[in-house]
Design a protein around this ligand. Structure first.
Ligand code: ADP
Length: 554
């Protein structure tokens, strides 16, 4: 119960406070009334006070605004118009506040959009208060028809400037209280003094030459921008207030660049300047603040990103270390295994070879055939092991590259000669096509191994016709091809064959040994070691051409 009583009392105090401040702020600008009507003012702070109190206390404060407006108008106009004016003077700020709440809960200084929305809301609120007020005066015969438009404009501008100058002060105190305090430092006071003096020179009796004829109001900009940059919204709102009061009093006293023959015209002109000036500066503050927010967000994002990158880099480094260790173990394993396998294999190949010569005693045909199979299987296994070792060395980057100058023709002849017996056994024709001898400067044994793979495959996968080895120079490169008239390769299989362990289905697959590593190794040697390229052209059943192009000199 006591809580409820307490909160009701609190609400009443807030309402009365609003009403009193509303009343006093209006009385403070009493000398600024327009000539045609004693109840229309060049600046009307109460509208700003009303909107600010709505910001502070919420919708429930409206009776305070109404009481303030009514009491004030009773001192200016009779009862009926006073009630009417008090109603529209309450409705205007209420409508403006409602409209602002519709947009977002964002602070008016936080984004440019929120600030523009604030301007739109207070323009509409001023239209309501000015129209309602003028209607009340006119309908009760307190305003001649001829003055309606003129006075409406004055009322509208006065209310708008009231909103523009007063409401942002409250918002600023709430969002940047530290700036408000800092403003009262040496620099802040210096800036305010400079602004005050500039305003006095421009609008007051200090003017030492006829300023009416010069567009000198821009002199206000430097101190204003200085303040805004250093003290944010606090400097902007206080400075605008200073400029507004000095300029209005000055103009009414008969000074300044807005002076015209008709004092009302002077005030209206000045008010449009003050309005535009306030809009520009307030917009500038919101742009600065928005930029600061974006910068802070970017900084945060950047820090987060840096942290993330650091973490990922560390993880990658760890993973890399593990991989390196694994790689080292793999190489070690392969090296020791190859040694362990090669020793017995060499014994198998060597002794089966010796046995085949029948030096150790005669063999019957069956024994000879079985021995031949052991010997061949041993050789296949050895070449496979050699290929695996080469691949692992290439992958770990430890395969040595020994460049030397040599004759390509001699190399190709050597390769063919080494397989002459196989050519003869399979009844295949051999052919070497090379116009001029080309001298290469590259790793001879690796090139021999690569072309040897092509040649061995051509022999493996052909049962008729010829096998042709050809070479030609193309600018700084040499192109070497091995063509056969064998089983050929299906189009869809072509891209598979340079991959490891790929062997295509064919009748010859079973007869011809191999692990599907030869072409993979060839491609790796040619591309990674020699900076060249490999290719294949083939038609199923119509033979194949395997080729490579490498620089003549590496
Ligand atoms: P391997 O010959 O040890 O099986 P390769 O990597 O040298 O391994 O060859 C991969 C596959 O490509 C072979 O199994 C074969 O199916 C196909 N191939 C290679 N050369 C030829 C060719 N000259 N004619 C037809 N097919 C071929």
């Amino acid at each position: 119960m006591s809580n409820r009583f307490y909160s009701i009392m609190q609400s009443i105090v807030k309402m009365m406070l609003t009403a009193v401040i509303y009343f006093i702020s209006a009385k403070m600008v009493a000398p600024l009334s327009l000539v045609e009507s004693g109840s229309v003012f060049a600046i009307w702070p109460p509208t700003g006070i009303a909107l600010a109190s709505l910001f502070l206390f919420g919708y429930r404060i409206w009776p305070g605004i109404f009481i303030g407006a009514f009491a004030l108008n009773m001192t200016l106009t009779p009862l009926f118009p006073s009630v009417q004016i008090a109603i529209t003077n309450t409705l205007g700020p209420l409508f403006g506040f409602w409209l602002l709440q519709q947009y977002s809960s964002k602070n008016i200084f936080d984004t440019t959009k929120a600030m523009v929305f604030f301007f739109l809301s207070i323009i509409l609120a001023s239209v309501i208060t000015a129209s309602g007020g003028i209607f009340a005066l006119w309908s009760h015969g307190l305003l001649p028809q001829s003055a309606v438009v003129h006075v409406w404009l004055g009322w509208f501008l006065g209310d708008l400037i009231g909103f523009l100058l007063i409401t942002p002060i409250l918002v600023s105190v709430r969002i940047e209280p530290s700036f408000m305090l800092r403003l009262f430092s040496v620099e802040g006071l210096l800036m305010l003094t400079m602004l005050f003096l500039t305003s006095l020179i421009l609008f007051g009796p200090l003017a030492f030459f006829d300023l009416v004829n010069y567009p000198v109001v821009y002199f206000l900009l430097p101190p204003l921008i200085w303040g805004t940059l250093r003290f944010g919204s606090a400097a902007a709102v206080i400075s605008l207030l200073v400029v507004a009061f000095v300029s209005i009093y000055g103009t009414i006293m008969g000074y300044g660049p807005f002076l015209r023959n008709d004092p009302n015209q002077s005030l209206l002109l000045l008010q449009s300047f003050n309005g535009m000036f306030a809009i520009t500066i307030l917009l500038m503050v919101s742009i600065f603040r928005e930029r600061e927010f974006v910068q802070a967000e970017l900084r945060e994002y950047k820090n987060g990103l840096e942290y993330l990158v650091d973490n990922r880099t560390r993880e990658l480094a760890d993973a890399n270390k593990k991989l390196q260790e694994l790689d080292r173990l793999k190489t070690l394993f392969i090296a020791s295994m190859s040694h362990e396998l090669r020793t017995p294999l060499n014994a198998i190949i060597g002794f089966s070879g010796v046995l085949k010569t029948e030096m150790a005693g005669p063999l019957n045909d069956k024994q000879k055939e079985q021995l031949e199979r052991i010997h061949k299987a041993g050789e296949n296994l050895l070449s496979m092991i050699v290929d695996v070792i080469d691949i692992s060395k290439l992958e770990s980057g430890s395969l040595p590259f020994i460049a030397e100058k040599f004759s390509l023709k001699a190399l190709l002849e050597e390769l063919i000669a080494e397989r002459r017996e196989k050519f003869r056994n399979k009844g295949l024709e051999e052919c070497l096509l090379i116009d001029e001898d080309i001298y290469l400067n590259t790793d001879r044994s690796r090139l021999k191994q690569s072309i040897g793979n092509y040649l061995s495959n051509a022999l493996k996968f052909s049962e008729k016709g010829s096998v042709t080895v050809s070479a030609r120079r193309i600018d700084h490169r040499v192109e070497i091809e091995v063509s056969d008239e064998g089983i050929g390769i299906e189009n869809s299989d072509i891209e598979k064959i340079f991959k490891p362990f790929e062997r295509l289905e064919s009748r010859l697959k079973v007869i011809s040994g191999g692990a599907g590593l030869g072409l993979y190794l060839t491609k790796k040697i040619v591309t990674e070691l020699m900076g060249g390229e490999v290719y294949v052209k083939s038609l199923l059943g119509n033979g194949s051409t395997f080729g490579l192009r490498i620089p003549i000199k590496v």
